[in-house]
Write a protein that binds this ligand. Structure first.
Ligand SMILES: NC(=O)c1ccc[n+]([C@@H]2O[C@H](COP(=O)([O-])OP(=O)(O)OC[C@H]3O[C@@H](n4cnc5c(N)ncnc54)[C@H](O)[C@@H]3O)[C@@H](O)[C@H]2O)c1
Length: 415
């Protein structure tokens, strides 16, 4: 029987916002003709039941991923748990002979990257990493412009990502705020950006020199409480949120928190927060390209500024996702030639998360006969290289020394 003559039997672990939403109900709406859920798993049984109803599936539910894998023998596992738990799920699926799609970051440490790559080699199964940004129409067009040779050989890149006081703060309300769970935003968030760079440049990072600081959240804050809902400073705190005003998050998290104490509105000023909120890195690529990268998390704008500087010209984009003024519902890529004319390429925003990137990624994975001429699908190696860039950045920011990326792929005692 042809691989696509029947629906792909998919199991999902991690039924939080991303699992229940993008990889649950949106996946069925977008690709339901090719996909069926055969199992859902979350260690929080209350969230799990709510997610099953929201997704609209009758698939059996499990609180143990290993039990789900052996009971349902899926074709594919989708991993949407907390970042530091991905490796355990990925290796278990590979060893059960199951292909998988993991949310980014693939994992959070060099040791876990090595374990995943070894398990993939040993089992011969396939790992896909959900780098949805590669799939936005704008990223695809930038890749095409770079491949056209229009700006000559790329020599440097300016890449600056801005998270605003809503989205940026959200990372400080939850587990992302702790190095041990997210690897820091150099891993959790920047994995997207480092992956985009690796894909755009078709080269691997060689060495990273980074800096990081905590200027605004955590112990830098003026006061603190355990969570917004019960906070005595609610009336004077700019970061106060009322979770009840978001019916989706309220449904998935608020009542289920009585099972595991996982609140969506924990205080952004908790003393114990140990990640940076302000980061920069100088990255040297094996191709010789020099990258200036930064990530800021309490800005009045959400979006990014990106420019490729080549021997014959420059490609530039300023993408705004949220800002205090009106912007058109499109991106504009500027292609500038040295001593020549500039061209504006306008790309309308597409529906769906990440300007259409989420839906395009899903169709690439599940639509029969999908082709991949630009190499947008990302495997475990791409997942690892982008994580290791972040791991190197954290180490560099801590030691003040540049850190080489590739040696992190080798076993510590390997010759
Ligand atoms: N690609 C993107 O743009 C994008 C966007 C948002 C989130 N993400 C990624 O998706 C993943 C999930 O994000 P989220 O915001 O939904 O997180 P979340 O913490 O809200 O949800 C994760 C769920 O996994 C469950 N879980 C955790 N450990 C588990 C375990 N060992 N076994 C079973 N269940 C377990 C939790 O109970 C929770 O319900 C993260 O890796 C995140 O980085 C990616």
């Amino acid at each position: 029987m042809n691989e696509f003559a029947r629906k792909r039997r998919v199991a999902l672990v991690g039924t939080g916002h991303r699992g229940a939403g993008t990889w649950g109900r949106e996946l069925l709406a977008n690709c339901g003709q090719w996909v069926e859920f055969v199992g859902l798993c979350d260690r929080n049984s209350l969230r799990l039941e709510r997610a099953r109803a929201a997704i609209g599936t009758a698939a059996p539910v499990f609180t143990d991923p290993h039990a789900m894998l052996s009971a349902t023998t899926p074709d594919m596992l989708i991993v949407c748990t907390r970042d530091d738990t991905h490796a355990e799920m990925i290796v278990a699926a590979l060893e059960a002979g199951v292909d998988l799609l993991t949310e980014k970051p693939m994992t959070t440490t060099a040791e876990m990257c090595r374990r995943i790559l070894e398990a993939e080699r040993r089992t011969g199964r396939r790992v896909d990493v959900g780098f949805n940004y590669r799939f936005s129409p704008t990223a695809k067009t930038i890749k095409e412009v770079l491949l056209s040779g229009e700006i000559g050989e790329i020599v440097s890149v300016d890449f600056h990502w801005y998270l605003d006081v809503q989205h940026g703060a959200d990372y400080f309300r939850r587990w992302h705020a702790f190095l041990t769970h997210s690897g820091s935003l150099f891993v959790h968030k920047a994995t997207h950006h480092f992956d985009l760079l690796n894909w755009y440049l078709a080269s691997d990072p060689q060495e990273v020199f980074a800096r990081g600081a905590l200027h605004h959240y955590g112990r830098a804050g003026p006061f603190r409480g355990p969570r917004c809902k019960t906070c005595p400073h609610a009336s004077i705190c700019d970061f106060h949120i009322d979770i009840g005003r978001d019916p989706w998050l309220d449904m998935l998290y608020e009542d289920p928190s009585r099972e595991d104490g996982y609140f969506r509105d924990a205080c952004v000023f908790r003393e114990e927060i140990d990640i940076f909120d302000t980061m920069s890195a100088a990255i040297l690529y094996e191709s010789g390209v020099q990258v200036s990268y930064s990530l800021n998390t309490f800005m009045p704008i959400e979006g990014h500024h990106l420019a490729f500087n080549g021997t014959k010209g420059r490609v530039e984009i300023r993408q705004y996702e949220r800002q205090a003024w009106e912007t058109p519902d499109e991106d504009e890529i500027l292609v500038m030639r040295n001593f020549g004319a500039a061209e504006r390429i306008r790309i309308p925003h597409q529906p769906g998360g990440h300007f259409g990137g989420d839906l395009a990624l899903q169709r690439m994975l599940f639509a029969p006969g999908a082709t991949d001429p630009l190499g947008q699908r990302a495997g475990a190696r791409a997942g690892a290289i982008s994580v290791l860039t972040g791991v190197a950045a954290v180490e560099s920011a801590s030691t003040g020394q540049p850190v080489k990326v590739k040696p992190l792929l080798d076993e510590p005692n390997a010759a």
